[in-house]
Design a protein around this ligand. Structure first.
Ligand SMILES: *Cc1c(COP(=O)(O)O)cnc(C)c1O
Length: 258
């Protein structure tokens, strides 16, 4: 399978969108396209190395802190799937990019008073870690939209600072989550702690896969494993991920105080 991208320099829909005022320089543009292409190649190579079906791993471009215009550049290449962590920032960009047919995934920490806006504006939520939040999302999902796709977040490294279910608590609440009418439990998600070496990267990823295998059934197929970031993309693909969440390797390092 060929992963090559074409970008027509004469079409600048995102510049148009900003009334002709473009803040994206040619250098930013070229570097973004190069990095995006490199990530697609990494995914492709890792699929091959792991004997996975080509194209079986989806790419979620994590666009937190990045501008609507940068997102627009990827959208113009046909990339549709974007992940956001901060609700207010995400809502602004969703509004700015409306009409581009993008699919928005919420991957950040959920606050109870924000669940309505999440249920109304996203197609996926990867970071659900309590029955309370799952219930609110189901109750608040607008009835004219299909059920919200949900991954339950697992704290696979057992760090107290991280959100996510412990394996034990997930087993307790799993069935109740799957019974909610307006959310569809698609699988599990994790953010592993930084690992000292390549072998250590695999441990939490493999645990997540085994847990998914344990919980899935004919009725609840759990077709999704949301794991793999810029630094552990290859390990995650080897361990069976179905969607990798990549920010830095596409957009470069983030600056939070812009
Ligand atoms: C920021 C973030 C990512 C992307 O991480 P990179 O290391 O920049 O690829 C992925 N998942 C979640 C939940 C994030 O918050």
């Amino acid at each position: 399978m060929q992963h090559s991208i074409k970008f027509n320099r004469t079409t600048r829909p995102s510049a148009q969108f900003f009334n002709g005022v473009s803040s994206v320089t040619d250098q930013t543009r070229n570097s973004l396209l190069q990095h995006y292409q490199r990530v697609l190649n990494r995914i492709h190579q890792a699929e091959k190395a792991a004997k996975r079906t080509p194209g079986s791993v989806k790419l979620l471009a994590v666009s937190k802190t990045r501008s609507a215009e940068e997102i627009g550049l990827l959208a113009d290449l046909g990339h549709q799937r974007f992940g956001e962590n901060y609700l207010q920032e995400a809502l602004t960009k969703i509004e700015q990019l409306r009409g581009k047919g993008l699919e928005w995934h919420f991957i950040g920490r959920i606050q109870s008073n924000k669940t309505r806006a999440i249920a109304e504006n996203f197609t996926w939520v990867h970071s659900v870690a309590s029955l309370k939040h799952a219930t609110r999302l189901s109750d608040q999902r607008p009835s004219d939209l299909p059920p919200l796709n949900i991954c339950l977040q697992v704290n696979s490294s057992g760090e107290s600072s991280k959100d996510g279910y412990s394996e034990e608590r997930l087993r307790e609440q799993f069935e109740a989550c799957t019974a909610l009418p307006n959310v569809r439990i698609r699988g599990l998600m994790t953010i592993p702690a930084p690992a000292a070496d390549e072998a250590a990267k695999h441990t939490p990823l493999k645990r997540l896969r085994l847990l998914r295998d344990e919980l899935k059934s004919a009725k609840i197929p759990l077709d999704t494993l949301s794991m793999g970031m810029s630094d552990d993309l290859e390990a995650a693909i080897a361990e069976g991920t179905t969607i990798v969440r990549i920010g830095t390797a596409i957009f470069g390092p983030r600056q939070y105080n812009q």
